[in-house]
Ligand binder design. Structure first.
Ligand SMILES: [Zn+2]
Ligand SMILES: [Zn+2]
Length: 191
């Protein structure tokens, strides 16, 4: 987003257009990634020696749901984009690509969900529960958890750190079964 300062009259000027998604420099395999260019529709004005730009940014996103792991499309709209740059003497053009990138990266969803009420995956069989109940529902899951809790396991040093912080939030939510299994392996290998 390049603003031509000399073209701004006393009232400022509107700028609308798109920036390629590469502007965001996001990893291709990220949980949330751009699915098209970043559109901007902003008003640029001079306030003394400062260039003030405000308006709307919009970017389509491809996200992987944190609960059910399905991909879904959404879009991020930032209607209160605002940045101000002090102009150096004789400066004719200002490139706001960095400001746009920072604003979009700050506002990306950190915990994307395909639906607020996404049911996620069954911890036992892995079925996507949004598509209906799995067979595990017939045999109560409490039995499994009660059995796990009844076991006394040695606690190797560092286990707390490894189990509590070493795994991402995503894994904890998606696969509590796999998580419990991991704890077992850690304990066994400590013998
Ligand atoms: Zn989901
Ligand atoms: Zn199941």
């Amino acid at each position: 987003m390049i603003i031509d300062v000399q073209q701004l009259g006393a009232e400022g000027a509107w700028y609308a257009g798109t920036e390629p998604a590469q502007l965001l420099e996001m990893e291709p395999g990220a949980t949330v990634r751009p699915d098209g260019p970043v559109a901007f529709d902003v008003m640029a004005q001079l306030a003394g020696r400062e260039l003030v730009v405000q308006g709307t940014l919009r970017v389509p996103l491809a996200c992987r749901c944190n609960r059910c792991t399905e991909m879904f499309s959404t879009s991020l709209t930032i209607s209160d984009f605002l940045c101000a740059r002090e102009l150096s003497t004789g400066q004719e053009r200002v490139d706001l690509a960095d400001d746009v990138r920072e604003e979009v990266l700050l506002r990306l969803p950190h915990y994307p969900l395909c639906l607020p009420a996404c049911r996620g995956l069954c911890p036992q069989c892995g079925q996507n529960l949004n598509r209906g109940p799995c067979r595990c529902a017939a045999s109560p899951a409490e039995g499994l958890w009660a059995a796990l809790q009844g076991l006394t396991l040695p606690t190797p040093a560092g286990r707390k750190t490894g189990d509590q912080h070493g795994r991402s939030q995503k894994e904890k939510i998606e696969k509590p079964g796999a998580h419990a299994q991991g704890a077992f392996e850690t304990a066994d290998s400590g013998k």
